[in-house]
Design a protein around this ligand. Structure first.
Ligand code: ADP
Ligand code: MG
Length: 322
């Protein structure tokens, strides 16, 4: 099949409802944010063998490519509206892979209320590479940046931490999956394959959070990005880091350390700064877990401490994807 066949068969239907996509028949797409709103733009690429496993189901790869971008939009407190997709595929193009990939995109874009605007399809001598650029909008001046935190504000994180990294271990290491048990292993693998962008929370955080980042490289690393941008340090209580039942099981039975989970990756939660004491209210407003785990302070380092305030050593500060 040719590039043009793939576009017409599998990608044109995904423009559903987006007039600016021009049915993928023109050189460029047109995008109008709602009147008076600012555009928010983010891009994230996934490379086979680096960011996903070549054996992963194409539909899961598609959904992850979309969701990691929506997670960035969520962390800025913006509303997603559409995306462009660049696919680099080895020749000959495998139509079945593209068909399953497009089906995954279709399911998710319907769930998130967005559409495909355009993209590019190219042949590559390298591994499959999927690049998504997502567009969102926000009221001018309201995007939640990394740079707005102040000393004395609390560090909060949504959801649970460590499931994505453990999910990858489950998929890579059959023995690990077996000792954890089927239920926990499946829950963790699911978190790795299908992260949940926290769009509802992002909306709620506008006007309440002073800084935010999406947690993709590990809690410590991404909190470190807020610290660097805000000119601060942070102190996080390891025992307050929220863990899922499956991750808790891994800590209790598999010699996984909380420090490992805090420096893993693929969480796609939001870490943010806000005045202390807001967790309960935010949970009610956003309908997702929010936990206060520490505070910002003068300095430059993210320090993980135990209940007595003793620093816990970190073997690494987070995955740095290539
Ligand atoms: P150009 O030669 O200008 O790069 P193409 O022939 O590559 O244009 O693309 C034709 C149309 O198909 C364009 O509207 C482009 O946005 C769209 N398109 C190509 N590949 C993809 C893709 N992977 N996803 C969505 N749209 C695509
Ligand atoms: Mg092209």
């Amino acid at each position: 099949v040719s590039e043009f066949d793939l576009i017409a068969r599998y990608f044109r239907p995904l423009t559903n409802g987006m007039p600016g996509a021009l049915a993928l028949t023109d050189d460029a797409a047109l995008l109008d944010p709602p009147p008076g709103r600012s555009l928010v733009v983010t891009a994230d690429a996934l490379v086979a063998g680096v960011h996903f496993r070549p054996a992963d189901a194409p539909g899961d790869v598609a959904r992850k490519a979309l969701r990691v971008n929506l997670s960035d939009l969520a962390a800025k407190g913006s509303e997603p509206m559409g995306y462009v997709l660049t696919l680099a595929l080895p020749k000959p193009f495998e139509e079945a892979w593209v068909a399953a990939f497009a089906a995954g995109l279709g399911a998710d874009q319907a769930a998130f209320g967005i559409g495909l605007l355009g993209g590019d399809t190219v042949a590559t001598p390298g591994p499959v590479t999927v690049s998504v650029t997502a567009f969102g909008h926000c009221a001018p001046g309201t995007a939640i940046l990394r740079s707005g935190a102040s000393a004395g504000e609390a560090v909060y994180v949504s959801g649970t931490i460590g499931d994505g990294a453990l999910g990858l271990s489950v998929l890579e290491d059959g023995a690990f999956a077996k000792t954890l048990g089927e239920q926990a292993a499946e829950a963790l693998a699911n978190r790795y394959l299908r992260p949940e962008p926290r769009l509802g929370l992002g909306r709620v955080l506008v006007g309440q959070a002073t800084a935010a980042a999406d947690v993709s490289d590990g809690l410590v690393a991404d909190l470190g990005h807020i610290c660097a941008a805000s000119g601060l340090g942070a102190r996080v209580r390891a025992d307050r880091i929220p863990l899922s039942p499956a991750a808790r099981l891994a800590v209790e039975t598999e010699r996984v350390r909380v420090a490992d989970l805090a420096t893993g990756g693929d969480d796609y939660e939001i870490v943010f700064a806000a005045p202390p004491g807001l967790a309960d209210g935010l949970v009610k407003q956003a309908g997702c877990p929010v936990t206060e785990i520490g505070h910002f302070e003068t300095g430059a380092a993210v320090v993980l401490v135990d209940e007595e305030g003793r620093a816990i050593s970190l073997d690494r500060s987070g995955y740095t994807h290539g």
